[in-house]
Design a protein around this ligand. Sequence first.
Ligand SMILES: [Ca+2]
Ligand SMILES: [Ca+2]
Ligand SMILES: [Ca+2]
Length: 364
Amino acid sequence: MKGHDLLLYYDPPIRDFSLSATARLISVKPSQDPLSTCAEICLKEKYCMAFSFTNISTNSVSCAWMNDSTVDLKPDHQTITYIKNTTSVMLLLSSQAIPGADYIPVTSQTAIMADGSAEANFSVSILTDSLAEMDESFNIHILRVSLVNMTVEDENLPTVGYPDFALVTISLNGDAFGVFILYILNPEATQDGQYLEVTEKPEQTVLLVIERTGGSLGKVTVEWKYVGGSASPNLDFSVTGEKLVFADGDVKKTIRFTITDDKEAEGNETLIISLVNAEGGSRIRPGSDSVTILILANDFAAGVVGFSNTSRSVTTRRGDKLTLHVDRTPPGIGSVTVYWRITGASVSLTFTDASGQLFLPEVN
Ligand SMILES: [Ca+2]
Ligand SMILES: [Ca+2]
Ligand SMILES: [Ca+2]
């Protein structure tokens, strides 16, 4: 079965009862699995304690939620009411790190500061678990400080100053609704799949993966888009972006786009694609949210070198010094050396230099 059974986070349903009139209506379409949509909305809403689901006919459903923990019910034969199971929801969305599961609890630890030293370190091990959780935190307190192997007057004893505690937040422990990352699907991609060099050629495509790590609870959305670089959208490549919908349980989507094989001579050009705007309780992992694709210089980017029109056929006299012009087509990436040689009858008798080379610097 795809997705989660969201009703697992509720107590067994109470049939033929609905919440009191103060409950807030949730707008839901009969076409979108209304019961699990209502369960999901209530789960995402921190203050929702219970929801009622009314199925009047196949074309008409409604649900409503309320934030009162002392749920007040009234008889209603078309309605089922679900009350949130606080324990299972707490476990899912717990903001409290659990000793033993998230970190190895240390009740006390001693650090020695050497004579004259102003620093000491404590270490606590953070465990990895597979549960989908929100950010979690715990505190570390300095309990006591004492002098080792020495006696001094009371007023000179070391004392604990403030702040005497540190707050540690475990943030990359997976989120219930998902943490998005973006990478390039190509064995030649480097930097953990965040950088790829491609050539401009027919049918050149790039495959990107948008992965939902951590939890995959509920329906969430994330947007990807072209955010910058020297390549031109719609001219050099075919994409600009879109908003993706991840259904409950969806963990991965791929996007494919084409590098346009234009005939223009171009230097290296880049395009950067990033994830933006995660919604529905999900978030984007900083540092894993963007990829850079470099389209290598193409279509004779270093230039095509040849004689200028005026130098293709020249008449001169014996004794003259002749200048011939050489052209290079744009964009003229890099400096180039041009080798030349004179061919024909009696070359060695007619010319002092029958061959040579010419240096053309990079065109700016
Ligand atoms: Ca271009
Ligand atoms: Ca191009
Ligand atoms: Ca080109």
